[in-house]
Design a protein around this ligand. Sequence first.
Ligand code: NDP
Ligand code: GDR
Length: 364
Amino acid sequence: MAFVEHSNAPVEAPVALITGITGQDGGYLAELLLGKGYIVHGLARAPARLDRARFSRFGELRGRLHLHVCDLRDGDTLENVLRVVRPNEIYNLAAQTHVQTSLEDPAYTTDVNAAGTVRLLEILVKLGHERHSRFFQACSSEIFGDARGVPQNEKTPLHPLNPYAASKRAAFEAAVHFRNATGVFASNGILFNHESPYRSPSFVTRKISLAVAASQRGEKTPLSLGNLDARRDWGHAGDYVRAMWLMLQREKPDDFVLATGETHSVREFVELAFGVIGSRIIWEGSGVRERGVDAASGQVLVEIDPAFFRAADAGMTLGDASKARAELGWRPEVGFENLVREMVMADIERMAAPSEAEARVASD
Ligand code: NDP
Ligand code: GDR
């Protein structure tokens, strides 16, 4: 795909600002944009978080990025950063991203995810940057709520089930409003789940890949999970950040569902992941007494913990990304089996040589 310059962007070295650069997608996107010759600025919410992120993909790129410490709730600092950086492209990836946390702290989630997006858009207009800066908003398939109609696309009615989903709906609508009312080039990506070896361990896929790697090293404690039959449309983060970039290279802003068009259960993820280390799981019992047992040794590998069930959870997501395919020429390249394998192998490698990984990051 050829690089398409914006009509009003500098011919060389476009400038991008990524909020949430220390997160999973922030690292992949920074890497993509650096590879395309961008000058990349990133917002990180506190200096201490930068150190915590040293094993993220972001950590490996850190020396090549311009970093600004700023919380999305701090409008004054946001304004200063935008005034100084004058980005051609803004990717708003920062968010409180955990559904369960949003149930525990809905006000904070709304402040960061919904009001934070409005703050950024408002500052863009206040600074008169609306013709200079294009804006990508990371929205979520969570806005669809329970799968009343699948596959879900840009026309599916919104039915958020939790404060995280409601905050992402508000951010989505703010981007549409600013686009219509002020002419800001603002586009929403309605992102279905996407994972990678840089996923936070609090999400189920990474929790599983870490447990499989630990099991391979002799760990005997079973992996505790909630609803094994929840189904997700799981893709690879690297594919999704490519679509974010493509969305900002279009002539006109628009909203796109980004999804693989396949749905798999947590149970399937577990089976494939343990399969990477040669374990075949047999399921015994039912309900909260269900257990996943190694077919060869009889060892219990998986157990159910009701604490990991959610009061309101989208039981299944399945996206229809045909608009992105037709208009962006985007299609995901990494399939489900390869995603699972990559995550498990990465955790096996990290556990085998943690000091080597540390040395590599320290020398950057
Ligand atoms: P992560 O949870 O990995 O990263 C979230 C980022 O937001 C981190 O850099 C985090 O900083 C930052 N952040 C959190 N709170 C604040 C705050 N108050 N001020 C400034 N920064 C903050 O998420 P992903 O990379 O996976 O997701 C990127 C975006 O895409 C998010 O908006 C998410 O909601 C959305 N999305 C992701 C999907 C997925 O499956 N990955 C699917 C649908 C939507 P710190 O490192 O300090 O914690
Ligand atoms: P999700 O991701 O809520 O879809 O949000 P998560 O990996 O947390 O859950 C996926 C499904 O797995 C079920 N599940 C468990 N989940 C966790 N975290 N831990 C468990 O032990 C467990 N057992 C079963 C969940 O109930 C759920 O059905 C992600 C985030 O990236 C959001 O920011 C993003 O918007 C959505 O994806 C699309």
